[in-house]
Write a protein that binds this ligand. Structure first.
Ligand code: HEC
Ligand code: HEC
Ligand code: HEC
Length: 414
């Protein structure tokens, strides 16, 4: 911001004191009026239309524990598997419908864009692995390695007995190192390029949302007031706000992020009902958050409740969910800075600043909340409602890992 030469030393001193007070107070918006009694999610909740519609009711979510246990005994497989079909096994190995395919993580000869978060299996058939071992490793790798990130294909019913036999037959045929083009080779593939200029609306349609949000800010709600009625100078009022979000809200005993705060604050002030994940809510979030562009993310846990909320977030980052049985940290920890199929997976730092952002692959704006829902659905776990406390804890902890990194939304991403 430009410094105003006309500003008197007194005003400056006053401003500094006010700033100090709000920093000590810590919480981002604890004095703001909010509606606390009803849900901030669209009702009734329906999963986004273009997402898979399956109900994975037999598997863990971020809230419920339902997945089958690790088997106590290995599957009985004696001697050589003679009824496996290597050709069929090869197809299953690359079949995206079978849990995203084994190539998400493993390279094999002929694979296109294989990942490298797991060992290259190109010579597995020359390594004296027994069929018993391969069968059981695929059936449930947790029996060999409790920390494995490989899904329990058999226990969780993704692959049936015959499909696993076919895979074993295929793997036993792999005896010589694969040769890849530089593009296919996950160890040589060029890293994703930095995204285009976020300010250019031809590159980043989320900039249109910024304009839409600006209009909503001055639009009168059912009770005649608009945001602008009370917030005359949003540029200075909201300069650091987004960098302190999400925050722990004692009045609700949960963490509120930008989108949920705006839903509840709008209801309490203008009477507008702009629920999370609606176009209005996302546009307003982009607008209010953009004032903090360039500000360092600054989440601090001070009170016992804030610390407990962050701790819950950390636990949830390590919770195994879905039919494919992943925790956030499998991909964003162990799998970070590596390729999962064609996607280069980021670590837990630097993940949040550009949200909500334009997803070029989807042609729409995504909030961080929607990304969390998707990172569940992608591993076949039922999502929770956008205003679920669990997502609040996750977002709180995850955002704090990026402390010091800059808010730079609305961004663009794949
Ligand atoms: C999410 C990543 C991921 C996917 C998807 C995956 N694996 Fe794995 N797999 C691993 C990792 C990581 C290891 C290394 C050992 C470990 O961590 O358990 C492994 C190990 C193995 C091993 C043991 C290798 C050895 O040298 O002993 C076999 C066999 C195997 N995977 C087969 C498969 C098959 C078949 C599929 C598809 C049905 C598959 N994997 C899909 C991550 C994955
Ligand atoms: C009736 C007056 C009123 C209206 C209308 C109103 N607000 Fe607020 N807003 C407040 C008050 C009071 C606070 C608390 C300020 C404080 O903590 O000092 C607040 C706080 C905020 C904050 C947090 C700022 C911070 O630094 O803590 C944001 C963001 C915000 N409002 C956005 C909006 C938006 C967007 C709208 C329109 C949907 C809106 N407000 C409508 C009165 C209002
Ligand atoms: C199966 C692997 C996998 C799991 C499990 C997973 N993610 Fe992701 N996640 C990805 C991939 C791939 C991307 C897109 C590439 C990237 O940005 O890292 C992504 C992107 C993200 C992003 C957006 C980063 C950005 O810059 O836009 C966030 C935030 C995120 N994940 C959070 C989570 C959280 C929280 C969990 C646990 C609830 C989780 N992920 C679980 C694979 C995973």
């Amino acid at each position: 911001m430009r410094t105003d030469p006309k500003r008197s030393p007194l005003t400056l001193a006053l401003a500094t004191t006010l700033l100090a007070v709000s920093v000590v107070a810590g919480a981002a918006s604890s004095k703001a009026p909010i509606e606390t009694q009803t849900t901030a999610s669209p009702e009734p909740w329906e999963r986004y239309g273009d997402w898979p519609g399956t109900d994975w009711k037999d598997f863990n979510t971020m809230r419920e524990t339902r997945s089958p246990a690790v088997p106590k005994d290995f599957q009985r497989v004696y001697g050589r598997i003679t009824d496996g079909d290597a050709e069929r096994g090869k197809k299953i190995f690359g079949d995206r419908k079978k849990g995203g395919s084994c190539m998400t993580c493993h390279a094999v000869p002929g694979a296109s864009l294989p990942g490298n978060v797991a060992p290259d299996l190109s010579t597995i058939g020359a390594q004296n692995r027994t069929d018993w071992y391969l069968y059981n490793y695929i059936y449930d790798a947790r029996q060999f390695n409790p920390e494995t990130m490989m899904p329990p294909w058999g226990t969780h019913g993704v692959l049936n007995d015959q499909e696993i036999r076919d895979l074993v037959a295929y793997l036993q045929t792999l005896k010589s190192p694969a040769k890849f083009s530089d593009l296919d080779d996950p160890n040589k593939r060029p890293l994703p390029q930095p995204t285009a200029d976020y300010r250019d609306p031809t590159e980043n349609p989320a900039m249109f949302e910024l304009d839409a949000g600006k209009e909503l800010f001055s639009k009168a709600g059912p009770n005649g007031k608009s945001c602008a009625t009370c917030h005359k100078n949003p540029k200075s009022e909201f300069k650091t706000w987004a960098a302190r979000m999400p925050y722990y809200e004692p009045r609700m005993k949960k963490v509120l992020n930008t989108e949920e705060f705006l839903t509840r604050h709008a209801r309490a002030t203008t009477g507008a009902d702009w629920r999370m994940q609606t176009d209005e809510n996302s546009a307003l979030s982009i607008y209010v958050r953009h004032f903090a562009h360039g500000q360092p993310i600054n989440i601090r846990y001070r009170t016992a409740q804030e610390k407990a909320a962050a701790e819950k977030g950390k636990e949830l980052m390590n919770r195994k969910v879905g039919q494919l049985n992943f925790r956030c940290m499998d991909c964003h920890g162990q799998g970070a800075d590596k390729w999962m199929r064609g996607q280069y997976v980021l670590g837990t730092k630097d993940q949040v600043g550009r949200h909500p952002y334009w997803r070029t692959s989807k042609g729409e704006v995504w909030t961080l909340r929607k990304r969390m829902q998707w990172c569940g659905v992608a591993v076949r776990a039922n999502e929770l409602l956008p205003d679920a406390p669990e997502y609040g804890y996750l977002e709180y902890y995850l955002t704090s890992l990026s402390n010091g990194k800059k808010i730079d939304g609305p961004g663009i991403g794949h």
